[in-house]
Design a protein around this ligand. Structure first.
Ligand code: NDP
Length: 284
């Protein structure tokens, strides 16, 4: 039987800490502020943006929403980013992805000031993560690490396998495990012998985007299994990349979906925004 790591509980702890530190900043006259840009009317993006605004309100941040119509031009979007880069009461800028197809996401990410890039997607922040000397970590991998730390799970010297190599999850996840002296293997759609590689993992992170992709035969007895995936199963029910029912009895720790990595992502966004406010006000 695995210990189920509750993202709800760990994220509540992180948010509580952020709230306490936000109160301290406010007592010094600093009000951390996050600007969230949403373009178009994608329903999933709307839910994510609403959740982020609510999280801001809960910890005491100011949040500003910039909801732009789907037909917004690249120039208009870049002009807004520039305006927010120069707005002193905004410490963090987040542009909800994906953007409508005619917009260039990379150009938008590159236009956000690295100091306000609380998603940590800007190439300058990505480079800093590679070196291991960073201000911000991307929220989802940072959330996974927070869960690992909260449980006191040792990464040092462990075989770590990350399935997925996206810029927002897989690659930075691997880097963070490497920084903690894990021996890291990154798997992707061209990986041969995926099952054998995964079955050697002491720590297995699944960021594939395929429902119940990781089955019990891919998991070593006693492994720590962290499930980043958010998918719908054949009945339309929310599920992760891990087949929870079959894997849970073999694992030592496992994260559920929902209620696992998902809530951590927003909590880490709050942490990054707080840090941005501190940096911009010369506190750290
Ligand atoms: P991407 O689609 O960008 O990346 C998926 C990765 O999985 C790719 O590297 C791909 O390989 C790899 N992959 C696909 N099929 C296979 C296969 N058969 N075998 C091995 N590897 C495979 O997804 P993201 O990284 O953005 O997201 C991954 C999942 O995490 C999704 O379910 C997403 O919804 C979820 N997510 C959850 C978040 C949270 O807050 N909990 C935040 C962000 C994402 P290749 O590169 O070769 O194509």
């Amino acid at each position: 039987m695995a210990k189920i790591i509750s993202g709800k509980e760990v994220s509540a702890k992180v948010r509580e800490q952020v709230k306490t530190e936000c109160d301290e900043l406010k007592s010094k006259g600093i009000n951390p502020g996050l600007a969230v840009i949403i373009v178009g009317d994608d329903p999933a993006s709307r839910v994510y943006v609403n959740n982020k605004k609510k999280a801001c309100a809960d910890v005491g941040f100011v949040s500003e929403e910039y909801a732009l119509p789907a037909e917004t031009t690249q120039e208009q979007l870049l002009a807004l980013v520039e305006e927010l880069n120069n707005k002193p009461d905004i410490n963090g800028i987040l542009c909800q992805l994906p953007l409508p197809g005619h917009l260039d996401e990379t150009a938008v990410i590159n236009a956000i000031s690295p100091l306000k890039d609380v998603d940590a997607f800007h190439p300058s922040n990505v480079g800093k993560i590679m070196i291991g000397d960073y201000d911000f970590l991307p929220c989802t991998p940072a959330g996974v690490m927070e869960m690992i730390h909260n449980e006191g799970i040792e990464v040092n010297g462990k075989n770590c396998v990350v399935i997925g190599r996206s810029n927002i999850v897989g690659k930075p996840m691997a880097m963070l495990l490497l920084h903690e002296n894990g021996t890291v293997t990154i798997c992707h759609s061209r990986t041969k012998n995926l099952k054998e590689i995964c079955a050697r993992a002491d720590i297995l992170v699944a960021a594939v985007g395929k429902p119940k992709f990781v089955t019990a035969d891919m998991v070593k007895e006693g492994a720590v299994v962290l499930d980043v995936g958010i998918n719908r199963d054949e009945n339309g029910k929310l599920c992760g990349d891990v087949d929870f029912e079959s894997v849970e009895p073999k694992a030592s720790y496992i994260t559920p979906v929902p209620g696992g990595v998902g809530p951590m992502t927003i909590a880490m966004l709050m942490k990054n925004t707080l840090k941005a406010a501190k940096i911009q006000n010369g506190i750290i």
